[in-house]
Ligand binder design. Structure first.
Ligand SMILES: Cc1ncc(COP(=O)(O)O)c(C=O)c1O
Length: 370
């Protein structure tokens, strides 16, 4: 067999997902593993979403509504936009893919930060585009360097705000200056997967830029049901954008890209404000409890606007990650992201947070880091 694989596909390194819990239990012989590695919602899905999914399962022999009419209307109502400004995806990942498919061809350039969410660069590689990667500056997006890197070949700029993995947030004034200084021929994609966890007063009014696009480039906001809404396994996300951008993305998407249970579950979750509010409260409480607890152990927790944060463990993070696996606790080593002494953890339930801190204390002592 001789596969006719193009060089730019052969060069792609697959995305490294967080270790699944059952894989850990099989490989390490531990039970009751906990996963604080993928920034999921530890309190589970909205019970209303689960009920809505159950109630429509008898309809699985039918194709879903290809326009996702009810969910699109509900999302638009929640965001305060028009339905024509919303594009739903199989996770916000798929909307990232649509953007790259619609706007990037061979040799076109896309600007991303490093470290940031890895999938932007992967989709660009699939299209044979060029990734222009700008290092973070003291854990923040370096907006000046990003603007300086724009050329006539630049199609898209991806900015995750808050950033994954640092949890940092761009100031509104800085973003305003950044947009004003860019040519109008690029599209600025602000990935707001974690914006639900940000204090409302600190959020950038992306919808304002989308609806008043005079003298600035097109701006797109990406949102997801995977984090605050607790539906990562269902795969629903969406983009908010000018209707002209939306109409281009609809040309590159499959007709039934959001499946039937996903439409029903996300719609019900939007209506479950109790679950959403409890998640936001529990995340804020857990984050401050965890930060205090890890600081007491001699580590340095970094402030974050999200449901995860970085911890400087004062030693090799990958060794610590491996030692934690034997305790049944999955975290992320940030070595591959350029922070060899840092782990990233997701805020868990109070019980999971306690287990994490106990395991961390034991591992730090065993490895003699602090
Ligand atoms: C910054 C960022 N954007 C997007 C996603 C993907 O979200 P979804 O599950 O909606 O595809 C993630 C997932 O971890 C993320 O961290």
């Amino acid at each position: 067999m001789q596969l006719p694989v193009p060089q730019h596909i052969a060069a792609i390194v697959p995305y490294p997902p967080g270790k699944p819990m059952d894989e850990l239990e099989r490989e390490y012989g531990v039970t009751n593993a906990i996963k604080l590695a993928s920034n999921e919602n530890p309190w589970g899905p909205s019970p209303k979403a689960v009920a809505a999914i159950g109630a429509m399962l008898h309809n699985l022999h039918r194709y879903p509504d290809g326009s996702s009419y009810s969910l699109t209307e509900a999302v638009a109502g929640w965001i305060g936009s028009e339905a024509s400004e919303i594009v739903l995806g199989n996770g916000s990942n798929e909307v990232i893919e649509f953007l790259v498919k619609a706007f990037v061809g061979t040799g076109d350039a896309v600007i991303t930060s490093h470290p940031s969410f890895l999938m932007y660069q992967k989709f660009v590689q699939v299209r044979g585009g060029e990734n222009v990667v700008i290092p973070l500056k003291a854990m923040d997006h370096d907006l000046e360097a990003i603007a300086a890197a724009v050329t006539e070949r630049t199609r898209l700029i991806f900015i995750d705000n808050p950033n994954n993995p640092t949890g940092t947030l761009i100031a509104k004034e800085a973003f305003d200056r950044f947009l004003a200084g860019l040519p109008q021929s690029v599209i600025v994609v602000v990935d707001e997967a974690y914006v639900d966890f940000v204090e409302p007063a600190q959020r950038i009014d992306i919808l304002g830029y989308i609806q008043r696009p005079e003298n600035i480039p097109a701006v797109v906001s990406l949102r997801t049901f995977s984090k605050a809404f607790g539906l990562a396994g269902l795969r629903v996300g969406f983009g908010v954008m000018h209707r002209e951008v939306a109409s281009l993305l609809h040309r590159v998407r499959q007709p039934f890209n959001v499946n039937l249970p996903a439409q029903a579950g996300a719609l019900a979750a939007l209506g479950d404000t109790d679950h959403y509010d409890r998640t936001l409260r529990g995340t804020a409480e857990g984050r401050s409890w965890l930060s205090e607890a890890v600081a007491k152990l001699g580590c340095v927790p970094y402030p974050s606007h999200t449901n995860f944060f970085l911890i400087d463990v004062k030693g090799d993070a990958t060794k610590l990650y491996e030692a934690m696996l034997y305790k049944g606790v999955i975290v992320r080593s940030m070595k591959a992201y350029g922070y060899p002494d840092f782990i990233r953890i997701t805020v868990g339930t109070a019980e999971e947070n306690q287990r994490f801190v106990t395991a961390l204390a034991e591992c730090l002592q065993d490895l003699a880091y602090v």
